[in-house]
Design a protein around this ligand. Sequence first.
Ligand code: SF4
Ligand code: SF4
Length: 68
Amino acid sequence: MAKVTFREERCKGCGLCIQVCPKKIIRENQEKLNAKGYFPAEVVDMDKCIGCAFCATICPDCVITVEK
Ligand code: SF4
Ligand code: SF4
């Protein structure tokens, strides 16, 4: 199973990773604000992740790391 981690403090909430995920398992965590004042992205259902790394590739701020 793939593992996706977010350096949350760097996320600017642009939503690109949310749009590009083919499994639609990324969302904004609206229960938490990061130091920049944004809702950071997170994976809600890691079991469904296929490890494609589209999210990591599209992120302009290098927030996301995908490990297979
Ligand atoms: S690696 Fe692919 S399936 Fe997994 S969260 Fe990122 S975009 Fe979605
Ligand atoms: S693409 Fe990067 S900066 Fe944009 S919401 Fe996703 S993790 Fe945050």
